[in-house]
Design a protein around this ligand. Structure first.
Ligand SMILES: [Zn+2]
Length: 134
């Protein structure tokens, strides 16, 4: 896993959720699971950081949805952005990569839950595909 120390800003469309994240960023993983496609409208592209590395400028509109007994998903209750995926008990939190501005200098490393993907698109890159997150 390639990690880099940096500082990036991320915000939802209405900036109700606006944050700066410093430290290490996991490469972006595209998740094709049913829960991600239902909440994002398509597959999800997530980087991951330590939650303690997030400083909020605003989180007035941040709401959480318990998507399973193991995880919750953070979203903006004003503009509807899918922002976070949080595995309960983990120090890490996944953030939607589309919330960052260019240049992110992030790279996509893999696809997961590809056996669940919808049939209207093809994965045409040569990145590794996994049945689940490892
Ligand atoms: Zn918003």
């Amino acid at each position: 896993m390639i990690k880099k120390n940096k500082s990036l800003n991320a915000s939802c469309l209405c900036k109700g959720i606006d944050m700066t994240i410093k430290g290490e960023f996991r490469p972006v993983v595209n998740c094709h699971c049913i829960q991600c496609t239902k909440t994002h409208g398509n597959y999800a592209a997530y980087t991951s950081v330590l939650e303690e590395n997030i400083t909020y400028k605003s989180k007035n509109t941040l709401k959480w949805f318990s998507s399973s007994t193991k995880a919750k998903r953070g979203f903006c209750n004003r503009c509807g952005a899918s922002v976070f995926f949080k595995r309960l008990g983990s120090r890490a939190i996944s953030i939607s990569a589309g919330l960052f501005k260019n240049p992110t200098k992030l790279k996509t490393s893999s696809h997961i839950y590809t056996h669940n993907k919808r049939d209207y698109y093809k994965i045409t890159d040569n990145l590794p595909k996994y049945k689940k997150y490892t």
